[in-house]
Design a protein around this ligand. Structure first.
Ligand SMILES: [Cu+2]
Length: 107
């Protein structure tokens, strides 16, 4: 094997090693329907993505209790994605309807 062949092999190997990390990130769907987050409580891991989708005619948000993240206003049929990071505040509410609450627990 000459120097050039070895270089190509090294690139392929590192790409293959990176794949399991990408594959382990999960996507979680949270629908907002009937003035509720559903499911209201989910378990997630750092790197996962939560997709909030508003199915109601009323606008909603998913807003962190501590204000650190916010989907902003979601009209009917609109979605927003949130990528989970370690230490993120998993308790949230709707800025338009303060009694609407949900949470995610970071494993
Ligand atoms: Cu709302």
């Amino acid at each position: 094997m000459n120097r050039r062949d070895f270089f190509k092999t090294a690139i392929v190997t590192s790409a293959a090693l990176a794949l399991p990390k990408v594959a382990s990130a999960a996507t979680h769907q949270v629908s907002i329907q009937g003035m509720k987050f559903s499911p209201a409580n989910i378990a997630v891991a750092p790197g996962d993505v939560i997709v909030f989708t508003n199915m109601d005619s009323a606008p909603h948000t998913a807003t962190a209790n501590n204000g650190s993240w916010d989907t902003g206003r979601l009209n009917r049929g609109e979605s927003a994605q949130l990528q989970v990071t370690a230490g993120m505040d998993g308790n949230y509410f709707c800025a338009f309807h303060r009694n609407m609450k949900g949470s995610f627990t970071i494993a």
